[in-house]
Design a protein around this ligand. Structure first.
Ligand code: ZN
Length: 188
């Protein structure tokens, strides 16, 4: 079963003017992600979104962002969630921590996960490596549907190598689109 994971495509990360933790160029992912999530209504789409408390411990390392209930925590309105879209809220950098994601992806041994969103070397990397550890069949990071931050030069490249060595498959959005459109609805 193919499933798409969209990580943190929220106003605070993707709005250059008003986002409090804007990831440069992340808005360019929007059409790429929209194409993938609407490619096939039989493919579930999970949005894993930061939803922090006001004094979240994460704000020691990053500027405050995506406080639950604020504009910044909302999905960028240019993203069109498909009818089968589902929203999970996370409080840490780990999409699996207290979010219900693992339960949702069952049975793991037949689950192919397509990961998109921000930030390549942070939440995307953690989600990809944890997915493999959890026992998913295939974990694919859609490279041109993800954006890195490169706070230190080379951060994104190092993360890509780490994922590759860890067994994550790296694919393009065109390859993902072809695979996703080929997924048939399960017989009911
Ligand atoms: Zn956060």
């Amino acid at each position: 079963m193919k499933t798409i994971l969209v990580i943190d495509m929220l106003n605070d990360f993707t709005n250059q003017e008003k986002g409090t933790l804007y990831i440069p160029d992340s808005e360019k992912l929007i059409p790429v992600i929209n194409r993938l999530i609407t490619a096939n209504p039989a493919v579930p789409v999970i949005f894993a979104n930061d939803a922090h408390t006001e004094n979240d411990i994460e704000f020691k390392d990053y500027p405050p962002h995506a406080v639950a209930g604020t504009w910044g925590s909302l999905l960028n309105p240019a993203i069109t969630p498909p009818p089968q879209g589902r929203f999970l809220h996370k409080k840490t950098l780990d999409c699996f921590f207290n979010t219900g994601l693992l339960e949702y992806l069952q049975p793991l041994s037949t689950c192919d996960l397509y990961i998109t969103g921000v930030v390549t070397e942070i939440c995307v990397r953690i989600a990809a490596l944890k997915s493999l550890k959890a026992g998913l069949k295939d974990v694919k990071v859609v490279l041109d549907a993800c954006q890195g931050l490169n706070l230190k030069v080379g951060d994104t490249s190092r993360a890509i190598l780490e994922m590759l060595h860890g067994g994550v498959k790296l694919i393009s959005a065109d390859e993902a689109y072809t695979e996703l459109t080929g997924e048939r609805q399960r017989p009911s």
